[in-house]
Design a protein around this ligand. Structure first.
Ligand SMILES: *Cc1c(COP(=O)(O)O)cnc(C)c1O
Length: 386
């Protein structure tokens, strides 16, 4: 089964480019909304780093979601796309002064603070701006996730967050400061997580930490559990929408919230991953003694995930229904790692065929680079292709 695409319109668009199925994005947003509406204290902050295409951001902001940013540039992109500042949260191990000042100027919801030195700088900059910064502490829960080593973030060996042992100390420091207001705790254990037990392990850890806080009579307004829910890269057509029911139920059943506590989520990949495809053309079919290559006009500069994490993307030939043949599907970049797939069965390829790399809506377009002086790929939506 292949996805359905406006291939007629694609014929007039310069490849490679990203295509976003806005109807699928909307259905995905509706599915999340159904869950968050059921639980009045659940709030979704879309993790902008997954995809900051302006049209994608606008759809998400119009659906009423907040945003999770990791840079000043993302804060600006979100404000431009219509996200209200008071629904923007900001994380990152290395926030520059100008980025903190930007957040203060717009009065974002809170900063997810990742170290004591950062807390001190935020307090200073807020004093200078004659304001009070709302801060939440990103705690490293030392919870592993069954995902690729490069995208696990919640182990004590990772650079992220504040060690659990230091939690009470940093909260105490914040309470002594005049220009910060402690409003919550933040966690994020990794990405492309498909085992609900990993999220359950995070819940168990947060429950333990909350008991410690109770003993010290420390109240926490917001618990932010980050993102990380994975998508089905193998079956984008059969499973276009992640199982949000199971995901939110895991938190509902296992996390013991205190009365009035708000629960914040920062999903990125699960929101936008399946709605995007990278569309490319076959330049050459190159036979060799051992195998044949389908050389396409997209490369690792357009979609780096296969080269970076050996990630799998389903690949479809949109122009051919001929019998399948086996290809190594490679790009034009001068790097041996510029390979999208090896020994992959595709309907017989010809020069000019349109190829779709599926499930490329998250960490695709946004990670594109200009290496080899290549132009950045553009992003088009369903509406652009009418
Ligand atoms: C990357 C990131 C997310 C989103 O992760 P996904 O796997 O895309 O859901 C959420 N929160 C923080 C702090 C992140 O760094």
């Amino acid at each position: 089964m292949k996805g359905s695409f406006p291939t007629q319109a694609f014929k007039d668009i310069q490849t490679p480019f990203y295509y976003y199925d806005t109807a699928l994005l909307q259905r995905t947003l509706d599915a999340i909304k159904e869950e968050t509406d059921k639980n009045g204290n659940y709030h979704l902050h879309y993790a902008v780093k997954a995809n900051a295409n302006p049209k994608v951001l606008q759809l998400i902001s119009r659906a009423g979601f907040g945003a999770d940013c990791v840079s000043g540039g993302e804060i600006s992109a979100c404000l431009a796309a219509g996200f209200p500042a008071d629904k923007i949260v900001y994380a990152g191990v290395g926030k520059s002064d100008w980025e903190i000042e930007l957040g203060l100027k717009h009065g974002i919801a809170y900063f997810n603070v990742e170290s004591l030195p950062e807390l001190e700088v935020i307090n200073e900059l807020a004093a200078r701006a004659r304001t009070v910064a709302r801060v939440s502490f990103r705690i490293n829960p030392n919870v592993g996730a069954h995902t690729h080593a490069h995208i696990t973030t919640g182990l004590s060996e990772n650079k992220f967050g504040i060690a659990m042992e230091d939690m009470l100390t940093v909260i105490g420091r914040a309470q002594q400061m005049d220009h910060v207001d402690f409003v919550g705790l933040h966690f994020h254990i990794g990405s492309q997580i498909t085992e609900m037990d990993d999220f359950k392990a995070l819940c168990d850890r947060i429950n333990e930490l909350q008991e410690q806080l109770d003993e010290h009579r420390i109240e926490v307004k917001n618990i932010n559990v980050g993102g990380g829910l994975g998508i089905d890269y193998r079956h984008p057509n059969e499973a276009p929408i992640p199982d949000f029911g199971a995901y939110f139920a895991t938190y509902r059943h296992h996390l013991h919230l205190r009365p009035g506590q708000q629960l914040h989520f920062e999903l990125g990949r699960a929101v936008v991953g399946q709605c995007g495809s990278l569309i490319t053309r076959v330049l050459y079919v190159k036979p060799t003694a051992h195998k044949q290559f389908a050389i396409v006009d997209a490369g690792m500069t357009d979609l780096i995930r296969p080269a970076l994490y050996q990630a799998y993307h389903r690949i479809e030939n949109l122009s051919s229904d001929e019998a399948e043949e086996t290809y190594d599907i490679v790009g034009p970049i001068c790097e041996s790692s510029d390979v999208f797939a090896k020994d992959y069965a595709l309907n017989r390829c010809h020069r000019g065929d349109l190829i779709a790399l599926r499930s490329a809506g998250a960490y695709g377009e946004i990670m594109a680079s200009g290496y080899n002086c290549r132009a950045l790929p553009k992003g088009y939506t369903t509406e652009d292709c009418d």
